[in-house]
Design a protein around this ligand. Structure first.
Ligand SMILES: C[S@@+](CC[C@H](N)C(=O)[O-])C[C@H]1O[C@@H](n2cnc3c(N)ncnc32)[C@H](O)[C@@H]1O
Length: 240
């Protein structure tokens, strides 16, 4: 996939994840803070747990982000959407998975995949960067939310900081790509990951994109560890 322009590669991302699905949890398990940071993002949403609470994990993958939602909001109705059958198959094996409705579909249009909402909260972890048209994705997502609902985008964003770009490229070139090649030989997905993060919005640019889509109450925080300044939790709200 890496010989194609980045935009064309985005269409091939779910297929590439199919091929690394069985090793995905192994690789992310070697990334210190990966699960803890997802849990922070889920907690930051500060939703009131209960059987009426409707949550969506967009680009849920093998369910690591879904698990963060399920652990924070154990009484909620949680749905997870991903386009990769392989990633969803791994998610379905998790001990908590019976409580979740997993759907295969395109995050560009969850309603077309039978998830019309309305949702009280949506978490999208490491997803928005892969969308072929992020503005359209955000507008459609906005329409799926109840008034006052909360969204959280958990994403790498390094464009605004020279230090963050240096750290990201050192970690990607020195650790993520070599480990990815060891655990999933032949896959280009980790080289795509490096390039797509370098290409993605800076923090200010993504916040502006959220505001253009109608979101308010933007609150962005970064993570600790090597991800400080590199990985961010962008919280926003559909106005009540
Ligand atoms: C890096 S993984 C993140 C998985 C999970 N959210 C986590 O935090 O571990 C990105 C996921 O996005 C999915 N994805 C990419 N493009 C998609 C699209 N257009 N529609 C639905 N899922 C997509 C991939 O299949 C992959 O499972």
């Amino acid at each position: 996939m890496n010989s194609q322009p980045l935009q064309a590669q985005k269409q091939a991302v779910p297929g590439a994840f199919d091929r690394v699905a069985r090793r995905y949890d192994l690789l992310t398990g070697m990334n210190p803070g990966y699960r803890k940071h997802l849990r922070w993002s889920a907690e930051r949403m500060r939703l009131t747990d209960g059987p009426e609470l409707a949550l969506l994990d967009l680009c849920c993958g093998t369910g690591l982000s879904t698990e963060a939602l399920v652990r924070c909001y154990p009484r909620a109705q949680v749905a997870g959407l991903d386009a990769s059958a392989g990633m969803l198959a791994v998610a379905a094996t998790k001990p908590w998975a019976r409580a979740v409705r997993f759907v295969r579909g395109d995050a560009m249009d969850p309603a077309a995949s039978g998830l019309p909402g309305p949702f009280d909260g949506v978490l999208m972890a490491y997803g928005i960067r892969n969308m072929p048209d992020p503005d359209l994705c955000l507008r459609r997502l906005f329409a799926l939310l109840k008034p006052g609902a909360t969204v959280c985008f958990h994403e790498y964003s390094v464009r605004d900081s020279r230090r963050a770009r240096l750290v990201w490229n050192a970690v990607a070139l020195g650790i993520i790509i070599p480990m990815g090649l060891l655990t999933s030989p032949g896959s280009d997905i980790y080289r795509y990951l490096r390039a797509s993060v370098n290409d993605f919005d800076g923090v200010a640019g993504f916040e502006a994109r959220l505001a253009r889509a109608g979101f308010t109450d933007l609150k962005t925080e970064t993570m600790d560890g090597w991800q400080a300044g590199v990985c961010h939790s962008f919280l926003a709200r559909r106005p009540a």
